[in-house]
Write a protein that binds this ligand. Structure first.
Ligand code: ZN
Length: 336
């Protein structure tokens, strides 16, 4: 038994990253259009049924590939600062970075010059709400097939989340939490950023990294459009989730009870620099309420709100899919 395994259950990598956005159509146009991710679930915010919750990922919405957004049309811009995740890095094959530079230029997205961090080439830009996004050339990405049904050719497609960057003003305490409660391994430090790797059972899996930037003395971040709401870490099942929750409670960090999010079960807690972490189960997944072939095409509601579908739909701003499958999508919407 490895040292990590003997310490008990720890997360196996990133499950999803959830952000706040402004206009929902602009969000779909950017993530499903320019970046070519699959809209795998179009549902509502269970805690605020008048607004959407949009999920993007790979073909099946595999944990580790998921970006989710609460698009609030009139949301104020957030402010980057301490206690927040401020960069979302996405994995692409290294040879695809040149193609992506062209894609961004053609789409009118300003980008920074290609850079290198922890030995990996990366392309940095901001999404329409100002969130920092990076495409990172990753060796793990090369071993995962890309989605062939989107506007980006499969060979260049985003393979999943590569890393998230947390700005911590209490980095020693954050490190202790990552090491002791999450069983993570310190990879190294470069230019004030310390990289940690989750203990994945699969070698070289996409989405196992957290970069912690030490921002001691920096102002506190404010939630709003263009900021990360939380990052979820994956565990295989409910038993692992409960065991990890116990570990977190034992470390003196509070945690919520398990909450049913329909596609996964969740526990939330704040790490020492106050950013919000979630633990989410790999099961049951996204095919639980619609077929894989048509994921994300119609509005899905939780059973307890199904009787209010007409009222909810009328209150939501209409959104349409930007991909080449536009016509087919429109048809399905009309039939729904
Ligand atoms: Zn979440």
């Amino acid at each position: 038994m490895s040292e990590t395994a003997s310490r008990g259950v720890v997360p196996e990598g990133i499950h999803h990253v959830t952000m706040i956005a402004g206009d929902p159509q602009r969000n779909v146009d950017f993530y499903a259009g320019v970046l070519g991710m699959r809209l795998v679930k179009k549902t509502i915010n269970f805690d605020d049924p008048g607004t959407y919750h949009l999920y993007y990922g790979d073909e099946t919405g595999t944990p580790g590939t998921l970006l989710t957004f609460f698009p609030w049309p009139h949301a104020r811009r957030g402010r980057e600062g301490a206690g927040q995740f401020n960069v979302v890095s996405l994995a692409v094959p290294s040879e695809s970075l040149g193609w992506w530079v062209q894609r961004l230029v053609q789409s009118g997205v300003e980008h920074e010059p290609l850079a290198t961090r922890f030995g990996e080439r990366l392309l940095a830009f901001r999404d329409p709400d100002g969130l920092r996004v990076e495409l990172v050339g990753s060796s793990a990405a090369e071993r995962v097939p890309g989605w062939s049904g989107g506007p980006v050719p499969a060979e260049h497609a985003i393979r999943g989340v590569h890393a998230v960057t947390l700005w911590s003003d209490s980095s020693a305490a954050t490190f202790a939490m990552l090491e002791n409660s999450f069983g993570m391994t310190r990879v190294g430090t470069e230019q004030g950023v310390t990289r940690w790797r989750a203990s994945s059972p699969v070698d070289d899996r996409v989405g196992t990294l957290i970069d912690v930037r030490d921002v001691s003395g920096f102002w506190e971040g404010a939630m709003g459009a263009g900021t990360v709401h939380h990052v979820a870490w994956r565990v295989p099942d409910d038993a692992s989730e409960l065991a990890l929750r116990e570990r977190i409670l034992a470390a003196g960090l509070g945690a919520t009870p398990v909450i049913d999010r329909k596609y996964f079960h969740s526990v939330y807690f704040r790490e020492p620099s106050r950013s919000l972490f979630e633990i989410a189960t790999d099961v049951p997944g996204f095919a639980v309420d619609e077929p894989l072939a048509t994921l994300g095409e119609s509005l899905v509601l939780p059973p307890w709100l199904e009787s209010e579908r007409e009222r909810i739909t009328a209150a939501l701003p209409p959104i349409h899919h930007p991909s080449t499958a536009d016509a087919r999508f429109g048809e399905l919407e009309a039939r729904a």
